[in-house]
Design a protein around this ligand. Structure first.
Ligand code: 8YV
Length: 322
């Protein structure tokens, strides 16, 4: 008998076909989000699961899934998975690192440019039929070229964002939990600075840290107060890294000038004031969403699940927390 697996959300057909060659698959091509109760029921007799950020994998759930051996996230982030609980219950957990770095970095640049040059605000004005003609002072924005880009969190995605800054003749500063090697700094044309220096000097601050208790609200009122009044904040990392309520206040008061946001605390719910502010660019968690990349992510997660349940050695096994 083939092992039984659950695919919690809609995936591309090639990933389902691949999984079906190895497993008895319960798909969810209707893409109905599962609440914790529905998820526990669906997983009760399964050996493995292909999951997304929408599903919380915690001890209460695992306690109800005695056969479960592997949970394979279609995401590089894994803050939806309690790794300690997985370790305690002998469940392997995996993510999809690497395959989404370039697409996510590209999209970060879309947010940087759209926010600095007020692209979505100007488009809304035009679509609303308000444009009566050219004006010298219309939608004056901020130059990205020759400005200072600050990167908080210099992993693979932060580095890819830094490398793209060269074409804009920018100064690139970064802060990270550990300083990178001289070779990587040279490749990224990026200089390591303290957190306070980063906040004080960045014209554009882009955050790329994973979300964990250690990075919860790493950017809040105290940090915004240290930034330049003209600064722009970009978050294509994870909701919760930024204190959204404090950001709304900072944007209203002009503590900082603008923000480009792809992720939010409690998404898909947004802080309602984001929708009323004109100095924010808002997108629905799509930074990795190029067709090629989302296909690669789904396939890599499927490969992890096949390896986990056949060899016990998935390529992207997450280590237990320290
Ligand atoms: C995913 C992401 O699309 O990989 C991540 O961590 O945030 C996005 O690229 C999303 O997590 C889907 O589960």
């Amino acid at each position: 008998m083939k092992p039984k697996i659950l695919v919690t959300r809609e995936v591309f057909s090639e990933a389902l076909d691949f999984l079906s060659r190895h497993f008895d698959v319960t798909p969810n091509q209707a893409d109905t989000p599962m609440n914790p109760e529905a998820l526990a029921e669906a997983l009760a007799d399964k050996d493995g699961a292909l999951t997304t950020l929408s599903e919380r994998i915690d001890d209460a759930l695992l306690a109800r899934c005695p056969k479960l051996k592997a949970v394979c996230n279609i995401a590089v982030g894994f803050n939806n998975i309690d790794l300690k609980a997985c370790q305690a219950r002998g469940v392997m957990a995996t993510n999809t690192p690497g395959v989404l770095d370039a697409s996510t970095a590209d999209f970060t640049w879309a947010l940087i440019l759209a926010t600095a040059r007020r692209v979505t605000e100007a488009e809304q004005y035009l679509r609303a039929g308000k444009w009566t003609g050219w004006k010298l002072k219309q939608f004056l924005g901020t130059d990205v070229n020759h400005s200072t880009l600050g990167i908080l969190g210099m992993g693979r995605i932060g580095q890819a964002v830094a490398r793209r800054a060269r074409g804009f003749d920018m100064t690139v500063l970064y802060h990270n939990s550990r300083r990178l090697s001289a070779e990587v700094e040279k490749d990224c044309h990026a200089a390591y600075v303290s957190m306070d220096d980063l906040l004080a000097r960045a014209d554009i601050l882009s955050v790329h840290t994973p979300y964990s208790p250690a990075t919860h609200h790493i950017l809040g009122a105290a940090q915004f107060a240290k930034m330049k009044p003209g600064a722009i904040l970009i978050n294509a990392a994870r909701g919760g890294v930024v204190d959204d309520a404090a950001l709304v206040e900072a944007l209203k008061r002009g503590t900082i000038a603008a923000a480009g946001l792809d992720v939010f605390e409690n998404e898909p719910a947004l802080h309602p004031d984001f929708l009323r502010l004109t100095n924010v660019v808002l997108t629905p968690h799509i930074a990795s969403s190029s067709e090629a990349t989302r296909r690669r992510m789904a396939m890599l997660a499927a490969e992890n699940l096949v390896a986990a349940l056949t060899t016990g050695k998935p390529p992207n096994l997450l280590p237990p927390p320290a």
